[in-house]
Design a protein around this ligand. Structure first.
Ligand code: SF4
Ligand code: MG
Length: 338
């Protein structure tokens, strides 16, 4: 596909207003996710954005267990389960099989979307090497990391994506040690774009911004090749809050700067609102505590912990070379003359 064709496809994919989104649903009733589950909403948006000519592949996690329980399913499009760390291999295998079947004339030649989803443990921890490997091949698929910041379907265990200090069943605060999760959360999209030249499109989203999310899925599928999306999904069970605040927490994650919204397309970073406004200085970042104080998993935080969290987020915007995304500084490389 030429650069011009690719741009045209991306432009056509963009939906201008929420009223123009397709009415048809391909992820419907029949799932057993918790009330207020933003990952379930992500699945709904993703299926709506991708449309009927789509194969969905799902690694083990909440969106596998809750969506296909005891002969029930919410998927209207074909759906396949893969192992917890198997999303990269499954993406590659499905896309390669479709290409081979079309080339051999066994099925009609037509665009069929391959969308593979995996949770934070399945994608950013255990499955990362497979995802990285898949991203080096020239096949058409989209991998979506749905990140609820814990292994939620096995009772909220800590992953590398759990935020600093958050309480999980593996990181309970105690009298001797208040902060058990001391590692800072990984940034997966920067890792994908810096390390995989085949990737033409990657983005972050959160379901609190539906049109932004739907358009990102459509753009990823239109650009083609291996593409990647990381969604931050508030999870009432794991984050310990009233389910009615799911959207509010998604918005606050962005408004505090903890979760920047952006796209990478053809070598450029495009910030999306309200992150764009934050980076340009038009919108003031909200204090991180507005986000932290609403969740039981941070209820043990003292002033000192909140200050540390705030300092880490401030650095992302005040010191990083690519604000909110990468701390890399450009350096002058001197070539040694022989
Ligand atoms: Fe959704 Fe969290 Fe419930 Fe899993 S535990 S179904 S991610 S709300
Ligand atoms: Mg998870």
């Amino acid at each position: 596909m030429s650069e011009i064709e690719r741009n045209e496809r991306v432009y056509k994919a963009i939906i201008k207003t929420i009223k123009d989104t397709p009415l048809a649903e391909y992820y419907t009733s029949g799932h057993r996710t918790c009330q207020g589950c933003e990952s379930a909403l992500l699945m709904r948006y993703m299926a709506k954005a991708a449309g009927p000519r789509t194969i969905v592949v799902g690694a083990t996690g909440c969106m596998y267990v809750a969506n296909t329980t005891y002969m029930t399913t919410s998927w209207v499009v074909p759906w396949v389960h893969t192992q917890l760390g198997g999303s990269g291999a499954a993406a590659l295998g499905t896309a390669a099989a479709l290409r081979a079947l079309m080339r051999k004339g066994k099925i009609k030649e037509e665009p069929i979307n391959v969308v593979v989803f995996c949770g934070d443990l399945g994608c950013a921890d255990m499955g990362l090497s497979g995802v990285s490997n898949a991203m080096t091949y020239d096949y058409n698929f989209l991998i979506i990391l749905y990140d609820n910041e814990s292994s939620a379907n096995t009772d909220i265990q800590e992953t590398s994506m759990t935020p600093y200090g958050a309480q999980t069943s593996f990181s309970r605060p105690g009298k001797q040690k208040r902060i058990m999760k001391r590692r800072w959360k990984k940034s997966v999209v920067p890792m994908i774009i810096a390390g995989h030249r085949n990737v033409k499109y990657a983005a972050t989203l959160t379901p609190a911004y539906p049109l932004d999310g739907i358009n990102k899925v459509r753009k990823a599928l239109s650009v083609g090749g291996p593409t990647f999306i990381h969604s931050l999904d508030p999870c009432p069970k794991g984050w310990d809050y009233d389910p009615m605040y799911s959207h509010k927490l998604g918005q606050l994650a962005v408004e505090t700067g903890i979760w920047p919204l952006y796209e990478y397309y053809n070598g450029e970073i495009i910030y999306n609102e309200p992150t764009k406004g934050i980076v340009e200085g038009r919108i003031k970042r909200k204090p991180v505590n507005e986000y932290l104080e609403k969740q039981g998993r941070f209820s043990h935080f003292t002033e000192e912990d909140i200050e540390y969290f705030q300092k880490m987020v401030d650095e992302m915007y005040e010191k990083w070379e690519i604000p909110g995304i990468m701390p890399i500084k450009s350096i002058n490389v001197k070539i040694k003359e022989s």
